[in-house]
Write a protein that binds this ligand. Structure first.
Ligand code: S3P
Length: 442
């Protein structure tokens, strides 16, 4: 968020009150970015139903518009139409492309631009994004012949890209990151020869699913399907995409419903892609009262409705490196959950959290400690003492959307009211979060 501190107002958060009712979380953020990007480089029209009308996807749309892609206004409950310009149709923008707070926009767009021959681009972002590592994308892209420069040897934005003819390569990525993988797959579309991306562990696979649906020549093979190969010569064709609700947004209600006495919530239309459902595995460990109903498939993604009911004395949980990619964005809300389980919860293998919108291990520890939590920060995780009483405090999202929403749930569970600075950060991924909270509380 590019919010100067003078504009940040503290929101009053009342403690207590059960959450009851139905909620429909907004469209999945990852799928929304991809629908816009793949639609832009396709031939013909892409219609997107349920696109997340939040700051991050709007950043992606703005960048694409600056490169000549016509995209209808992004408004709640309105279908978004992208008029594709084809793989070679992106125009050199007259100005810097601004990705706001969105790491997904910057990394995926980078993958898209490096192969735009003889065109020059500059990508930048807000304070948070300009300090997030980009070498993890630009370094493997250079193996394909890409030219990317930036601060600190190309690690930080602003990034300057000189589009080149790329060559295919076999690339092992050092981190299980869907953003890195997707950037490479996008670059591979315009490269000469095949490209194979091999991840150390499976990251979310929305790009693979959607690229195939758009007609890309993409194969998944190798040990446990970890080799993703893009062959040259694909022509992407515009599609009708329906974006399911974001399980990362649903996770706030899942944890709140499980922990707040008397709560009963039904979350409708939640994406259940198995590369994203780590939170459900943890809720199972906690022996929470969760039920998934009405399972269905929507444009290549599994979807369902989830019922959650409060249960007393939930078990503590252990989260390690193996599961982290499946719940990478849910660690802030899990750190809140740990404070109320019956025992010690442990999170390890989560050092990636240090390079998200904020250093989420440090920020959650700092903020929960203000509420009196017994939480210990490690280089790669957290140890959280359960069965605690948290107390209302003056909290700060530190500009991070997931921190803001996690602290909102923590303050419902605390004794005494809290205030939250920077609550507006929620609009990066969930603009209706505060009104949904008010509705469930009434
Ligand atoms: C995303 C992937 C994840 C996630 C981010 C969105 C994506 O990041 O944290 O919110 O859309 O590809 P990494 O892939 O870098 O772990």
């Amino acid at each position: 968020m590019t919010t100067s501190s003078s504009h940040i107002t503290a929101r009053k958060l009342l403690s207590g009150g059960r959450l009851i009712g139905e909620v429909r979380v907004p469209g999945d953020k990852s799928i929304s970015h991809r629908a816009l990007l793949f639609g832009a480089i396709s031939e013909g029209k892409t219609a997107i139903d349920g696109l997340l009308p939040a700051e991050d996807p709007i950043s992606t749309a703005e960048c694409l518009r600056a490169m000549g892609v016509e995209i209808s206004p992004i408004k709640k409950s309105e279908k978004v139409i992208v008029h594709g310009v084809g793989l070679e149709g992106l125009k050199e923008p007259e100005n810097v492309l601004h990705c706001g707070n969105s790491g997904t926009s910057m990394r995926l767009i980078l993958g898209l631009l490096v192969g735009c021959k003889n065109k020059h681009f500059v990508l930048t972002g807000d304070n948070s994004l300009s300090n997030r590592p980009m070498l993890r994308v630009s370094k493997p892209l250079k193996l394909m012949g890409a030219e990317v420069n930036g601060r600190s040897n190309g690690n930080y934005a602003p990034l300057a890209v000189q589009g080149k003819k790329l060559r295919g390569a076999i690339i092992g990525t050092p981190v299980a990151s869907a953003q890195v993988k997707s950037a490479l797959l996008l670059a591979a579309l315009s490269a000469e020869g095949s490209t194979t991306v091999i991840e150390p562990a499976h990251s979310r696979d929305h790009s693979e699913r959607m690229l195939k649906a758009f007609g890309a020549n993409l194969e998944i093979g190798g040990e446990m399907g970890r080799h993703i190969t893009v062959k040259p010569g694909s022509v992407l064709k515009g599609q009708n995409i329906v974006v399911p609700g974001d399980i990362s947004s649903a996770s706030f209600w899942l944890i709140a419903g499980a922990l707040i006495p008397g709560s009963k919530i039904r979350i409708e239309n939640v994406g259940l892609n198995p590369t994203r459902t780590g939170i459900l595995e943890v809720l199972k460990q906690m022996e929470a009262c969760i039920e998934i109903v009405n399972k269905r498939n929507i444009t290549g993604e599994p979807v369902g409705d989830i019922n959650v009911i409060y249960k007393n004395q939930l078990k503590p949980f252990t989260v390690n490196e193996e599961i982290i990619p499946r719940l990478i964005d849910e660690i802030p809300i899990l750190s809140v959950a740990g404070c109320f389980c019956d025992g010690i919860s442990r999170i390890t293998g989560a050092s990636e959290l240090r390079v998200k919108e904020t250093d989420r291990l440090a920020v959650m520890t700092r903020q929960l400690k203000l509420m009196g939590a017994n939480i210990e920060e490690h280089q790669d995780g957290l140890t959280i003492q359960g069965s605690q009483t948290l107390y209302g405090a003056n909290l700060d999202s530190e500009t991070d959307h997931r921190v803001a929403m996690s602290l909102a749930i923590a303050s419902l569970l605390a004794q005494g009211d809290s205030t939250l600075r920077g609550s507006e950060a929620a609009s990066v991924s969930y603009p209706d979060f505060w009104s949904h909270l008010a509705k469930l509380r009434s």
